[in-house]
Design a protein around this ligand. Sequence first.
Ligand SMILES: *[C@@H]1O[C@H](CO)[C@@H](O)[C@H](O)[C@H]1NC(C)=O
Ligand SMILES: *[C@@H]1O[C@H](CO)[C@@H](O)[C@H](O)[C@H]1NC(C)=O
Ligand SMILES: *[C@@H]1O[C@H](CO)[C@@H](O)[C@H](O)[C@H]1NC(C)=O
Ligand SMILES: *[C@@H]1O[C@H](CO)[C@@H](O)[C@H](O)[C@H]1NC(C)=O
Ligand SMILES: *[C@@H]1O[C@H](CO)[C@@H](O)[C@H](O)[C@H]1NC(C)=O
Ligand SMILES: *[C@@H]1O[C@H](CO)[C@@H](O)[C@H](O)[C@H]1NC(C)=O
Ligand SMILES: *[C@@H]1O[C@H](CO)[C@@H](O)[C@H](O)[C@H]1NC(C)=O
Ligand SMILES: *[C@@H]1O[C@H](CO)[C@@H](O)[C@H](O)[C@H]1NC(C)=O
Ligand SMILES: *[C@@H]1O[C@H](CO)[C@@H](O)[C@H](O)[C@H]1NC(C)=O
Ligand SMILES: *[C@@H]1O[C@H](CO)[C@@H](O)[C@H](O)[C@H]1NC(C)=O
Ligand SMILES: *[C@@H]1O[C@H](CO)[C@@H](O)[C@H](O)[C@H]1NC(C)=O
Ligand SMILES: *[C@@H]1O[C@H](CO)[C@@H](O)[C@H](O)[C@H]1NC(C)=O
Length: 735
Amino acid sequence: MDALRISCILFALFVISLSGSGGTTAATDEERKVYIVYLGALPEGDYSPSARHLSMLQEVVDSSYTGKSLIRSYNRSFNGFAANLTNQEREKLAGRDAVALIFPSKTLQLQTTASWDFLRFPRNVGRNLDIESDIIIGVIDSGIWPESKSFSDHGFGPIPKKWKGVCKGGKNFTCNNKIVGARYYVRGDDSARDLDGHGSHTASTAAGNEVENASFYGIAQGIARGGVPSARISAYKVCSDTGCTDEDILAGFDDAIADGVDIITVSLGLQSPVGLQYDSIAIGSFHGIGKGVLTVQSAGNDGSLTGRVVSTAPWLFTVAASTTNRKLVSKIALGNGAEIFGNAINSFKLNSTKNYPLVYGKDASIQCGEAEAKRCYGGCLDRRLVEGKIVLCDDTFSSSNLAEVKRAGSVGSIFRSGEIYDVSFVFPSAASTLSPQQFDLVESYINSTKVPQAYIYPSENITDSSAPVVASFSSRGPNTIFPDILKPDISAPGVDILAAYSPAASPSEISHQDARSVEYNILSGTSMACPHVAGAAAYVKSLNPHWSPSAIKSALMTTAWQLNATNASHGDAEFSYGAGHLDPVKAADPGLVYEILRSDYIKLLCGLKLDPKALAQIFADNTSCTNVVPTQPKDLNYPTITAKVENGERFTATFSRTVTNVGLPNSTYRATITTRPSQVNISVEPNILSFTTVNEKRSFVVTVTGGRATPPVISASLVWFDGLHSVRSPIIIYT
Ligand SMILES: *[C@@H]1O[C@H](CO)[C@@H](O)[C@H](O)[C@H]1NC(C)=O
Ligand SMILES: *[C@@H]1O[C@H](CO)[C@@H](O)[C@H](O)[C@H]1NC(C)=O
Ligand SMILES: *[C@@H]1O[C@H](CO)[C@@H](O)[C@H](O)[C@H]1NC(C)=O
Ligand SMILES: *[C@@H]1O[C@H](CO)[C@@H](O)[C@H](O)[C@H]1NC(C)=O
Ligand SMILES: *[C@@H]1O[C@H](CO)[C@@H](O)[C@H](O)[C@H]1NC(C)=O
Ligand SMILES: *[C@@H]1O[C@H](CO)[C@@H](O)[C@H](O)[C@H]1NC(C)=O
Ligand SMILES: *[C@@H]1O[C@H](CO)[C@@H](O)[C@H](O)[C@H]1NC(C)=O
Ligand SMILES: *[C@@H]1O[C@H](CO)[C@@H](O)[C@H](O)[C@H]1NC(C)=O
Ligand SMILES: *[C@@H]1O[C@H](CO)[C@@H](O)[C@H](O)[C@H]1NC(C)=O
Ligand SMILES: *[C@@H]1O[C@H](CO)[C@@H](O)[C@H](O)[C@H]1NC(C)=O
Ligand SMILES: *[C@@H]1O[C@H](CO)[C@@H](O)[C@H](O)[C@H]1NC(C)=O
Ligand SMILES: *[C@@H]1O[C@H](CO)[C@@H](O)[C@H](O)[C@H]1NC(C)=O
């Protein structure tokens, strides 16, 4: 899951933690662990996958254990199984011709009212409701809370005829005409009910109903709504509080594609990128391409380093998280009249309307040294010096210092914001967090007076005119698996997002200190950005029902708001936001699209230096690469243009592209290169494209030449313009 959670363990500020590595881990011969045994596409004709899986296992696993060993059979959208194997059994299976891949199962992690308005996507936007209500979004996540107002089927017609799924939500779980399908896979679980909150949050952001007066205790109050409120949802629960396993994620894809969903949203991932042959989301989603299913995935929540974007495959639509103009702050007033806007979701109203005494942790301890006391370490604070006061702690908040200030009887607490300084986290008590500059202000105020006083206000919304800015935590490129494919693809709101939640889950990260139950909660993470793009993709599809996944993705990318380095918290421009910021309304009429067929991806994969047997079996439906002319990644018909070149060398990079006219039949587009840096020459040949019919295709070549003194990153834009549509692709050359 990708919601941002403080502990940096989860993908809602949580990305993914890799338990068990992508490679081979030595296991003793007796010890078993779960492996994914992947066989590729489903063969045509008479073939019983599950019988075949069992017989393959029987050949290598002791007969008494075969039934227990088989954990999952994938037999609807692709072919394979998950099994509990010893190292020896794994080796035997790996030798079989039929086995394309075998890898240990990893555990992945999960990573508002106003966000759609910020996207200039108002409630009354033009819609085709007949088609929208036939669209089904598959949400692969932590389940769903079926009783939420966001998922009520009031006013919904019958389930779309094309639906092939079922409601297998388990114990005490009823679907309706809004939640048309539900399945759960987590071992030991008895239903698809969301006990975490993440799955309900993402599902309602993509396709939740319009719900009036939604808020978190009055904070961020307004109409909560998804991108396509009339669309349907099918929930695939693959995550529990310990994460989401590869075997369950693959089962979710196997079913979602066969059930007939239109779009899959998957806000989860690993902590660092892995090769395609270990990437269950890349493998599962690939099988949707030929069936018209677009998969949208969060980029990850590890923005601290470059090259950490975990969604790397070119058929995935990879989403970064950015801010909106609505910022939630918890204001602190000091005794001298100064007001400081700290970051926190704090719903607690202090009893007194007057200021409280303010005490610094280091001045409130008898038993600890200054270094520990000022951080409010466990056991340091002296109750007599803290009770009834607001306490300042020189540390980021944690479960332990929050427990300590509570134990000592404080009425509120003030912390430093950490590495993730642009997010407001939900607090279990009155609190706020401050930037280093703000913190110094409070400290010098304490220094300046004998009777420091302060007041902490419940959170309020203020306008942030700098938005959108890509969040500090949002994972950055470059793409370490496909260096010539720019990732992430796009940015969307992912900071302080209000959406439906699970009343069974604690609203805050410090869950054991917060027993409150809420229907709506405020979360941050690339997890929250991902379903905005899934909802927008569904909207584009509802107006253009026959478009392929790549056409929908291209439309959203080439019409995105142009951003620049000032719009990225670490200044890393396109490596943080890709093509730019989501603009759903513009994407419905993009003029031209860059289409990529399944066969184009296969040509790309054939050019990779992976094991050719595995490649053919993984992705190519048994078509071998022998008769295929491979495509270089830079020449894949991607809506962005990227190449990695040698540092300090002259270079000439050419890129072949083909656009399809989806605008006016008779139209002429002219190419312009904008924001062209002086150190390179960029040409487009031809630079005029004329169309006389819709769906007509025209090809062109972009050539970029640079000298030895080329800077590490060159950023420009190619824009095709017909007087009406502006079709923009960033050009990124980096060393
Ligand atoms: C796999 O086998 C091990 C014993 O080697 C056992 O502890 C574990 O629970 C099994 N896992 C599953 C998913 O059955
Ligand atoms: C692959 O092709 C061979 C020979 O054409 C055929 O026997 C086999 O069933 C095919 N397998 C799949 C998965 O389609
Ligand atoms: C598919 O697998 C399921 C178990 O996961 C099994 O019940 C079903 O019979 C299998 N179907 C086929 C056609 O093998
Ligand atoms: C079903 O779940 C809902 C929500 O948790 C709960 O209110 C209800 O009592 C449950 N019903 C049964 C029969 O367990
Ligand atoms: C809106 O929600 C708030 C907070 O939950 C509540 O106090 C208020 O009464 C609600 N207003 C309406 C009109 O329902
Ligand atoms: C505020 O008042 C309530 C009710 O009198 C009490 O339970 C609570 O502890 C008080 N909170 C603070 C921070 O003083
Ligand atoms: C406050 O006073 C302490 C002790 O004199 C000093 O170390 C600290 O730098 C001062 N803080 C600020 C922000 O002026
Ligand atoms: C805060 O939110 C309310 C309700 O959405 C809105 O009316 C108000 O203008 C917002 N205030 C600011 C400063 O953005
Ligand atoms: C970010 O981009 C938007 C839209 O392109 C722009 O209006 C805004 O001023 C930018 N913010 C900064 C800090 O540059
Ligand atoms: C970035 O965008 C902002 C607002 O759109 C603009 O003011 C600024 O000049 C731009 N910066 C660069 C380096 O292009
Ligand atoms: C497009 O232009 C051609 C010639 O310029 C003309 O014959 C044709 O009717 C036009 N088509 C449309 C749909 O306007
Ligand atoms: C760009 O083109 C100009 C004119 O043809 C040429 O003089 C210059 O060397 C070229 N620069 C690079 C970096 O290739």
